[in-house]
Design a protein around this ligand. Structure first.
Ligand code: ATP
Length: 303
């Protein structure tokens, strides 16, 4: 059965609207139908990841044929580096993440990992190579241990415990009366937004993928929790090819490169300091967010 769940890692993207962050089996099967149009190419071979060099080359995409969302995107993510994608709301950031996971096929261009077109390899191998920490984590109505182990079939108890430590949630789990056997989800213990995100991080650590997609939470976590989670995410991204979909600029300052998307195109890219010197869209967004921070307002998403 867990084999069947594997393509569901993208649930968080799709089910952003599910407020409680918990779903039942029935709704998961509905979801499976939504990407039925993506099929393995005839004779598709498994992806062979060597170093994890991710490239987007002239990527075009439209959900609806008469409204193009991505209009020729080139992004190079060298193996082991972190590239952040920022830009106004609706620019196409989350769409980009979905395409790397091949949740949809492109309408033009290609995406490669170590030179292999992701549309030409088996979906199972592609999805095994990519870990996603989504905005809203979906928890199964099962134990917290199961929810972590779901990252990879056959994960051992030791691996689950290691992952929980890596995600800084082991102490919390130990404090629960039934530890890893505590039931979570709508029929069990309700976890906070931050705790759920840590379960997602632990799930990803169990999977140990060479490529990571982090879709930063837009939902309000208190600033201390957010900073703690940010530190954990930075730690798990080290040594892996990482693409961060960022809604707050303060979290991308340390990225190796920042790509600014605007209306489906790359408006500019560079490091934080290079982009500030450019005095373009990024500098403008940064100044606006800095003003908001000074005014003591709640952090506002980068849009
Ligand atoms: P935000 O920062 O607000 O999350 P974003 O940059 O991630 O925005 P996307 O979610 O990628 O933007 O959306 C880009 C555009 O694609 C939007 O105009 C959106 O309405 C449209 N879009 C997103 N998902 C779908 C979908 N499933 N079907 C049709 N259009 C969609």
């Amino acid at each position: 059965l867990s084999q069947l769940f594997r393509p569901l890692d993208m649930l968080g993207f799709v089910y952003r609207t599910i407020r409680q962050g918990v779903i039942d089996m029935g709704s998961m099967f509905d979801l499976l139908d939504t990407n039925a149009e993506v099929k393995d190419a005839p004779g598709a071979q498994p992806l062979r990841v060597e170093r994890g060099h991710l490239r987007l080359e002239g990527v075009h995409f439209a959900y609806d044929p008469d409204r193009e969302i991505l209009k020729g995107i080139d992004i190079d993510v060298p193996a082991g580096s972190t590239v952040a994608v920022v830009g106004p709301s609706g620019a196409g950031k989350s769409t980009l993440a979905r395409l790397i996971f091949r949740f949809y096929d492109l309408t033009g261009g290609r995406i490669t990992i170590d030179g292999q077109d992701i549309a030409q390899v088996t979906q199972a191998s592609l999805r095994a190579a990519i870990g996603i920490v989504p905005q809203d984590t979906v928890l199964f109505n099962d134990t917290i241990g199961y929810n972590i182990a779901y990252g990879r079939e056959g994960a051992t108890q030791d691996e689950i415990a290691d992952a929980a430590r890596g995600a800084a949630i082991a102490g919390f789990i130990q404090s629960l009366p039934d530890g890893f056997d505590t039931r979570v989800g709508e029929r069990g213990l309700k976890l906070s937004g931050g705790e759920k995100q840590r379960v997602a991080i632990a799930r990803t650590l169990v999977k140990n993928p060479p490529v990571l997609i982090l879709d930063e939470a837009t939902s309000a976590l208190d600033s201390r929790t957010e900073a703690d989670i940010q530190a954990t995410l930075e730690a798990i991204g080290r040594g892996r090819t990482t693409i961060v979909i960022a809604h707050r600029l303060s979290t991308v300052v340390n990225a190796d490169r920042i790509v600014v998307l605007e209306s489906g195109r790359v408006a500019e890219q560079g490091t934080h300091s290079q982009l500030l010197r450019k005095r373009g869209l990024y500098a403008e967004m940064w100044a606006r967010q800095a003003q908001e921070r000074e005014a003591g307002e709640d952090p506002v998403p980068a849009e």
